[in-house]
Write a new protein. Structure first.
Length: 93
């Protein structure tokens, strides 16, 4: 198992500026984290882990919200809202 360097954003105070952004409260789990927006979905990173194993392999991991299931639900809601706004384009699909 590689020795890991861990950045725990949950321990930083809300409003603190870091290289990746500003610490905010996650609406999914109420823990502090760094907000990132990807493809119109807002993610909150709570922890980053980076390590190198004995063979020189690099291992990178994140603890983020929302979960995959929550992302699927968000995408379904966005798609439903889009179809409601444009019912004719939804019929042609």
């Amino acid at each position: 198992m590689p020795a890991m360097k861990v950045r725990d954003y949950t321990r930083l105070p809300v409003g603190e500026a870091i290289a990746r952004g500003v610490i905010q409260v996650c609406p999914y789990c109420a823990k502090n984290g760094v907000m990132t927006k990807v493809d119109d979905i807002t993610y909150y990173t709570h922890e980053e882990r980076v390590g190198v194993d004995s063979k020189g392999g690099v291992h990178i991991g994140w603890n983020t919200c929302p979960t995959d299931e929550q992302v699927r639900d968000l995408l379904k809601k966005k798609e439903a809202a889009k179809k409601k706004e444009n019912p004719k384009s939804a019929e042609s699909e």
